[in-house]
Design a protein around this ligand. Structure first.
Ligand code: CO
Length: 155
């Protein structure tokens, strides 16, 4: 595995729609491994492939020790709303308040090429929604009501 550089806000890569993964091969698996290592290095809870410069529809999320990898994900259901602060590894040093689905159901392929479905609430729903948006070229700041620097205090 290898750390990859995170693409920062302002780079056009983050504004493009990522393309479908046509074939799941060792290269795709290596990208997923690198994404996980890179996300953990930066204490993130999710990362999308465009954030490491790969314009493919792949995302990872790690919440409550559950690692979710999705290739060519599709959101198949959402319900309710939750309004929470969130940040993004591509927009360091800032947070914003965003309305996200309270519940999300998402499907995609795993690295074995099998179709998998996940359901999430709370932070998991936020993270899946946030990372899916990256594949559409959407950043949380497009939806946030008050992007700001986080208060510098322990929580
Ligand atoms: Co992000």
């Amino acid at each position: 595995m290898a750390l990859r550089n995170i693409v920062l806000e302002g780079d056009e890569i983050l504004r493009k729609r990522a393309r479908e993964v046509a074939e799941i091969n060792s290269h795709v698996c290596m990208i997923l491994d690198d994404m996980l290592e890179t996300m953990r290095e930066h204490d993130g809870v999710g990362l999308a492939a465009p954030q490491v410069g790969i314009m493919k529809r792949m995302l990872i999320v790690e919440v409550d020790e559950q690692i979710i990898e999705l290739i060519n994900p599709e959101i198949i259901e959402t319900d309710g709303i939750q309004i929470e602060d969130e940040g993004c590894l591509s927009i360091p040093g800032r947070i914003g308040t965003v309305e996200r689905p309270a519940y999300i159901k998402i499907k995609g392929l795993n690295r074995e090429g099998q179709e998998v479905t996940y359901e999430g609430t709370g932070l998991l729903s936020v993270a899946l929604s946030h990372e899916y948006d990256h594949l559409e070229g959407i950043l949380y700041t497009d939806k946030a009501s008050n992007v700001r620097e986080p208060e510098n205090r322990d929580r």
